[in-house]
Design a protein around this ligand. Structure first.
Ligand code: GLA
Length: 394
């Protein structure tokens, strides 16, 4: 990770001195509970991390964008007059997807030189792509507003939606809104209680009083994650169709209560699809219970709900795998751990653990050792603070 001054110095070495260099930042996220509920119109409860994407940028006078990452050798050049033909870029396609969506949304794209510094592990389930998307959208939308003489700040909910659309249309991952929303709208020391079908949200203070959130990365290579993800979405849609025979107005799985689901689940013919639906309906209820527990300062109940969330993702939704399950099982053995679960899409990626602060070092030591023995390679651990969403660094 670079300091802002180092980033600006590196920018100048690459693109030359002079002009006004601006910095835009957007974070990754950890979801505390509410997994695979966002595309089912339900509740999620993510928080923005200190890790994220920082862009150093300087305007150009033509319609060319040059982009480079601090940790990659190649520079990418994009002609804003014609955005087709960049889909196969190894790095830079997320950015082009954002430019494309911004243009469709009526923004004026301004040419610029850009240097990206990403501090989130790629493909690790902490939304490194959402951070890139939201930071890029914010940077270009800010320049567009200035070009048009609009004095208002950029609408960050719009930036989240632009990010999601770029991912859906350009990258081809049918993701929900959670990651981009958390990256855009996060607030220091708060988690976002978001209702995904309406985008109504509430910022809930995380009063940790001696507890910490520890993130652990399985470091599993991402394999078929995207196709499995889209498969789960299709299974949820199938469940909705069948439940509509009893609830004709139902649009999303999260429209019905746990009680309604239990009383009518027999209309879902496939046993597998029924378990997928069960996870979503119960998980949505767990988010509400978690908010109540946190507001009451009841960390034990919140931790128990995190555990129940993981078990449901393992047994019913089946998105965990040996790496995540091993991390969670080993973590739960340690004194002072209140709850531990996978976070994000699953199939590898990260876990999040709620633990007494003094237990964190023993978790890192003992779980790190056990994971290496059982899985054959190392896990990584991050003690990140909860920070603000996307903004220009002044
Ligand atoms: C990924 C997606 C999100 C969400 C989670 C699972 O992170 O990008 O939209 O569906 O998986 O909760």
């Amino acid at each position: 990770m670079m300091t802002n001054n180092e980033l600006i110095r590196t920018f100048c070495e690459l693109y030359g001195e002079g002009g006004e260099i601006r910095l835009f930042h957007s974070p990754g996220r950890v979801n505390l509970i509410g997994e695979h509920t966002d595309y089912n119109g339900g509740y999620v409860f993510p928080a923005a991390l200190s890790m994220g994407t920082t862009i150093a940028l300087r305007k150009r006078t033509d319609k060319i964008v040059r982009m480079k990452a601090t940790d990659l050798p190649d520079m990418v050049t994009v002609d804003l007059e014609d955005l087709s033909g960049y889909k196969d870029l190894f790095w830079g396609n997320y950015q082009v997807g954002i430019m494309d969506e911004l243009q469709k949304d009526g923004h004026i794209l301004v040419g610029c030189d850009m240097l990206y510094d990403d501090t989130i592990p790629h493909g690790g389930g902490l939304s490194s792509s959402a951070a890139i998307e939201v930071a890029t959208a914010l940077a270009f939308a800010t320049l567009s507003n200035e070009e048009k003489g609009i004095n208002e700040p950029v609408n960050m909910v719009d930036m989240a939606l632009i990010g999601q659309r770029a991912e859906n249309h350009y990258i081809g991952v049918n993701c929900g809104i959670m990651d981009q929303f958390a990256s855009a709208m996060g607030k220091q020391n708060h988690a976002i209680f978001l209702q995904c079908s309406t985008l109504d949200y509430d910022l809930i203070p995380l009063q940790m009083n001696g507890y910490s959130l520890l993130v652990a990365n399985t470091n599993k290579k991402r394999g078929l994650a995207d196709s499995k993800y889209n498969e789960r979405r299709a299974e949820c849609e199938e469940a909705v169709k069948e439940l509509q025979s009893v609830f004709p107005d139902m649009q999303n799985l999260t429209d019905i209560s746990v009680e309604d689901f239990e009383a009518n689940k027999q209309v879902i013919k496939s046993e597998v699809v029924c378990r997928r639906a069960k996870h979503v309906v119960y998980e949505n209820a767990r988010v509400l219970q978690s908010i109540a527990a946190l507001k009451a300062g009841d960390m034990e109940t919140f931790g128990a709900l995190m555990n129940a969330s993981h078990d449901s993702l393992r047994d019913d939704y089946e998105v965990t795998g040996i790496e995540l399950d091993t991390l969670v099982a080993e973590t739960r053995k340690i004194d002072g751990v209140i709850g531990s679960r996978m976070t994000g899409a699953g199939f590898g990626g990260c876990t999040v653990t709620l633990a007494k602060t003094e237990a964190c070092q023993s978790i890192i030591d003992a779980v790190g050792k056990a994971y290496k023995e059982k899985i054959g390679y190392e896990a990584s651990f991050y003690l990140s603070s909860i920070e603000d969403g996307g903004h220009e660094i002044k």
